[in-house]
Design a protein around this ligand. Structure first.
Ligand SMILES: NC(=O)c1ccc[n+]([C@@H]2O[C@H](COP(=O)([O-])OP(=O)(O)OC[C@H]3O[C@@H](n4cnc5c(N)ncnc54)[C@H](O)[C@@H]3O)[C@@H](O)[C@H]2O)c1
Length: 427
């Protein structure tokens, strides 16, 4: 295929816009030909960026599938609970699919998506951006090259970040399981996927998990606190204050994430951000929200061959999503501090340091996973352009396996017991 890959963006929010940037950077490789989003502001913004005529701006993805297939691929970036239906419908129409993580919010729906893509002969890439981060990818390359011998134990930390957690998981889109998904799925499916990947994608035998929602509950609301930070007399002493997270940012001229996503129908400026805090979800007191997802959770896993892993997700951190990993092998120890990989060799007692090459266009921003985002969409477009799924590192089968592990871990937490993976008693 020499002409650009034609893509339809379903869900023109933060992620949809982000992946679409690839078309602006590489117009010879990708063209956004249609956008579907019920938010007029979002779809017209993306429409303008990519010169899309009104006939190809849709209020709902369902109107797109009603038409004859008119593109090569679809990028599905709708909210978590709106993944299964469009993924299945577009796969049946023969579109290759980039589907944001999590694939879906139930085991059955994840399986159905994979099955439909396979039966329809379309490629599926899931938004596991960390697999495409050059330094994180180095970890796998080093393991595969035998740098630490056999993997024996994996220790992995996901520090969500105190204001990131308040933004996304207390006030924002992923705060409430019934509306989106549990936090291990929403946030840490990336991490369980990496652990599974580093463990050689071998079968997991047993999982246990504990976790809960700490701090962000009504009982912890300080005396005298108001329901909205703009009206709160004790806001100055609160690290989670929306005035600090959003208003102070915009006053400093910072319009990137998370300020960029809180004004649903306009660009962020002092006026629109103030209005969003006065009336929208992001101005609420963190102790007066309808949030219920865990703020801290641990998962222990035992894989075939005795490989073990211990995972921690915690909200209360300075670092924003800069994972920390140590992998203990039979011949060495590998550690990753969120920036570089260090390998200590037991035989020579010498250590080496490694970083992945990362040359990312500015359009992809400065966020922690900008490199992963760019490389993921680049790989997907290469796969579609060449009809070659080997470019995709987050394909259907392995992604399904790691998603199933996330569901097993959550089952363990809810039932306070060790779960034997694949056991038939699902209750
Ligand atoms: N890979 C990652 O690291 C990563 C990071 C953040 C979010 N995500 C995932 O990406 C997805 C999107 O997240 P986001 O941050 O872009 O959210 P967002 O709220 O910014 O965007 C979602 C968009 O979908 C639109 N939408 C809702 N119903 C629709 C419909 N019927 N048809 C078309 N569009 C519809 C919404 O109006 C909204 O604009 C979520 O599943 C999220 O969990 C992945």
């Amino acid at each position: 295929m020499t002409s650009p890959v034609r893509v339809i963006v379903v869900g023109a929010g933060n992620r949809g816009e982000n992946y679409s940037n690839f078309a602006s950077v590489h117009p010879e490789r990708m063209k956004v030909v249609a956008v579907a989003d019920p938010r007029k502001f979002a779809r017209t913004k993306l429409g303008k960026q990519h010169n899309i005529g009104g006939e190809n701006l849709f209020e709902d993805w369902k109107f797109v599938v009603e038409r004859e297939k008119f593109a090569d691929a679809v990028i599905i970036c709708t909210p978590d609970r709106l993944h299964k239906e469009p993924a299945v419908a577009f796969a049946k129409k023969g579109y290759h699919i980039l589907l944001e993580k999590p694939m879906a919010t139930t085991v059955e729906d994840c399986k159905l998506i994979v099955q439909t893509c396979i039966q329809s002969g379309v490629m599926l890439s899931v938004g596991h951006v960390l697999r495409y981060d050059p330094t994180i990818h180095k970890i796998k390359e080093l393991i595969d090259a035998g740098a630490i011998g056999d993997v024996i134990h994996i220790q992995h930390l996901e520090p969500v970040g105190f204001y990131h957690f308040a933004h996304s998981f207390v006030r924002g889109n992923w705060r409430n399981e019934a509306e989106s998904s549990f936090s291990l799925l929403a946030k840490s499916c990336h991490d369980i996927d990496l652990i599974h990947h580093w463990a050689g994608a071998r079968r997991c035998l047993k999982v246990s998990s504990f976790g809960s929602l700490s701090l962000f509950t009504t009982e912890n609301k300080p005396a005298g606190a108001a329901d909205r930070c703009l009206d709160c007399p004790v806001e100055k002493d609160c690290p989670y204050s929306a005035c600090k997270i959003y208003l102070d940012s915009i006053k400093r001229g910072h319009t990137g994430w998370p300020v960029s996503v809180i004004c649903a129908n306009s660009h962020p400026n002092l006026e629109s951000v103030t209005e969003a805090l006065r009336t929208g979800p992001y101005g609420r007191c963190v102790y007066a929200c309808d949030n219920d997802v865990c703020s801290n959770q641990i998962v222990n896993l035992e894989f075939e061959g005795g490989v073990t892993a211990a995972f921690t997700m915690v909200a209360f951190t300075e670092e924003i999503c800069q994972r920390k990993t140590t992998i203990y092998g039979s011949k060495g120890e590998l550690s990753y501090d969120g920036h570089q990989v260090r390998v200590f060799d037991f035989l020579t007692q010498m250590s080496t340091r490694h970083v992945g090459q990362d040359d990312i266009p500015k359009k992809f921003g400065m966020s922690g996973h900008a490199a992963g985002d760019y490389n993921l969409i680049r790989a997907f477009i290469s796969a579609v352009a060449n009809g070659d799924p080997s470019h995709i590192r987050s394909g259907p089968e392995e992604t399904l396996m790691s998603h199933l592990l996330v569901f097993e871990a959550e089952r363990s937490r809810l039932q306070s017991r060790v779960v034997y993976c694949g056991e038939t008693n699902q209750k």
